[in-house]
Design a protein around this ligand. Sequence first.
Ligand code: NAP
Length: 415
Amino acid sequence: MAFPDLQIPADGVRIESAATGLVVPDRPIIPYILGDGIGTDVTPAMRTMVDAAVAKAYGGDKTIAWTEVFAGERAMDKRGEWLPQETLDAFTYFRVGIKGPLTTPVGGGIRSLNVAIRQRLDLYANVRPVYWIAGLPSPVRHPELMDIVLFREATEDVYAGIEWQAGSAEAARVIGFLRDELGVEGLDETGTGVGIKPISAMRTKRLMRKAIRYALERNRRSVTLVHKGNIMKFTEGAFRDWGYELAAEEYGNETLSEDALWRDFDGQMPDGRVLINDRIADNMLQQLLTRTSQYDVLALPNLNGDYLSDAAAAQVGGLGVAHGANIGDEVAVFEAVHGTAPKYAGQDKVNPMALTLSGVMMLEYLGWDEAATRLRRGIEATVAAGIVTYDLARQMDGAREVSCSAFAAAVAERV
Ligand code: NAP
C-alpha cells in the first residue's frame, strides 16, 4: 500500500504478521498522531524518551522509523477532515501505532475521534496496566500492592450506544414491542428512556482469549472475570460463563478454574497454570482496596471496565500516569488516558509520563523488552530523584518541579 502524502523514513520497514505473532524488523515504521492541545508537548517528549531507551538497549542496532499521521485539528488543517482514511489505513498497514490526545470536534458530526478510531479499526480490547511507581502521591497506605492489568471490552455493552430518549417515538415503539410481544409490564411509555446492552459470545471470547494469552506470556497468576451476573444473568452472567468456557475450550491445560482448584488441588495452585476466577463488580471495587495484591489480570465488560480502571488508577497516581492501549487482532494503538487539557497546550508544562508509559507497553508489544524495562526504570529513577512535573510536584514533599521537556531529558539520561 502506498502513502504518497506521508513522510515515511526511506529506510523504515513494515512490521509483518505471521502465524506465531508479529515479525518486527530492526527499524519498524511506527505511525503516530501528535494529538491536539497538550499532544504537542507530551508526544515529542515521549518520542525522546522511547528513542533514548531503544538506543541504550540496542546500541543503534534497532531504531524506530517514526511517521506522523494526522487526526484532529492538524488533520483538519492539512487534509480538510478530522479523521482521514489515510490515517486509518496507515495504522492498519503498519500494525502498531501510538497517539496523543484528540479534541472531540464540536458540530463535526463525530461523537468522538478516539471512539471512531477504536471502532473503525476494531480495537476491541482496551488494555490498561495499573501499577505504582515509588514516590508517586497516592491516597492509600500501600499503593505498591497494586499491579494489575485490565482488559476492558471496547465495542459492545454500553459502548454499543443503542438508546432512545424518554418521550421519543422510538422509545414508545420499543416499549410497546416489549409489552405487546414479550409481556414486559410496568414500563411508562412516555417517561422512560430505553437502552440496549448487548453482550455477545464472540466478543466476550475474543477479549478473554487476549487476557489469557497475555497472562500466559507475561507469567501472570490469574485472570478474573468481573461481572454483575447476579442481576443481569443473560448479559453480565453470560460474560462470566463464556469467559470460563473459552478458558476450558482453548486453554484447558494452561488454566485452572477456582472451582477445580479447590475440588482437585485442595486450594494449592499447581505451577505453570493461570487461575481463572470471577468476582461481582461491586465486590471487586472493594477488593481492589482491601485485597489489592490478590488480583492480577482482569477481564471486564465495557461499563465495569470504565469504573474499575479509573478507580484503580486513582490508587497509584491518577491521570498524569494512567496509560493504556487499544488492541485488536491485527492492529494496536497505544495512548494515554488523559485528554488534551487545552489550558496547558503548548506551555511545555504537563506530565508526559502517561503517554510514555504507553510507550513502555508498545515496546513490550514489539517484543523489545530490554528497551521497555530501561524506559520504565528511567522513569522510576527520575521520580525517585524527586524530578517531576507540576501536577506531581504540588503533591510531593521536596520535589523539584521541571517542565515537560526537562522531565523527558532527565528520563533520557537515566534509561
Ligand atoms: P483532560 O484533558 O484529561 O484534562 C483534565 C485535567 O487533568 C487537566 O486540567 C489537568 O488537571 C489534568 N491533566 C490531564 N492530563 C495531564 C497531564 N498530562 N499532566 C498533568 N495533568 C494532566 O480532560 P478534559 O478537560 O475533560 O478534556 C479535554 C478534551 O480532551 C476534550 O475535548 C475531551 O473530549 C478530550 N479527551 C480526549 C481523550 C483522548 O484523546 N484519549 C481522552 C479524554 C478527553 P489540572 O488542571 O488540575 O492541572
